[in-house]
Ligand binder design. Sequence first.
Ligand SMILES: Nc1ncnc2c1ncn2[C@@H]1O[C@H](COP(=O)(O)OP(=O)(O)O)[C@@H](O)[C@H]1O
Ligand SMILES: [Mg+2]
Length: 253
Amino acid sequence: MIVLEDVSVQYKGVDEDAIKRVSITITEGEFVCVLGKSGAGKSTFLRSLNGLQSLSSGEIIVNNIALSNLKERELRLIRCNIGMIFQHFHLIPRLTVLQNALTGTFGKRKPWKNLIGLFSAEEKQVAMNALRAVELEDFWNRRVEELSGGQKQRVGIARTLVQNPKIFLGDEPVSSLDPSTAIKIFKLLKQIHEEKKLVTIINVHDVQLAKRFATRILGLKNGELVFDGTSDEMSEDVMKQIYGSEYEKQLYY
Ligand SMILES: Nc1ncnc2c1ncn2[C@@H]1O[C@H](COP(=O)(O)OP(=O)(O)O)[C@@H](O)[C@H]1O
Ligand SMILES: [Mg+2]
């Protein structure tokens, strides 16, 4: 469970808060999509949840542990349980699919083992299982730089599966993919979400994707939470509230 209590974030040298007094609770089983225009605060919001972003006020409590005042070492332990996928994948292009998936073990290993890239047979098996789950088992020995965008994101998901997190975060993970690949990736994320009973929170650009997959939609505007509801409650008025004059673009996406 993730609880935000009156959370604000202010960047140095910027007057306006990037996140403004957000209070919400997100529980196991929720598949949350966060909507908002570029600059609305989606990435800042997501980074706050795994302690990568310090707050200017308020508190975030992840599985009963308050994040503020934790030491970096303690934060790292919490982050082991939080998987993250990104728009631009954050993979290591020259390494193979399997090697990239294995980096999902890094949080739990001794640093010197990561340096020399020595993995146990068991770790390799876990990584191969993750590659099977994302249907990339046959690609295990291919370099990531040779793959398509959708395949790269599936490697990103496999890496996160290897990490075996309780919480799955995605910062616009399908924004650089074509619409049909984006839907496939979302189906995969939803399937993993249901199998592993995760908390999943994904920033999305595309309202239609959020409406189709989310059990709960959050709308951010200028750092404020202006909507918190279900797909059915995403009316045209709500869209106008979140997107302002750009809302029509979202209707025909
Ligand atoms: N490192 C930073 N320093 C100063 N301002 C930032 C920084 N990162 C983001 N911002 C500002 O905070 C606001 C929210 O940004 P962001 O969370 O990236 O929004 P989104 O992901 O919805 O596009 C924007 O106004 C952005 O310019
Ligand atoms: Mg962003």
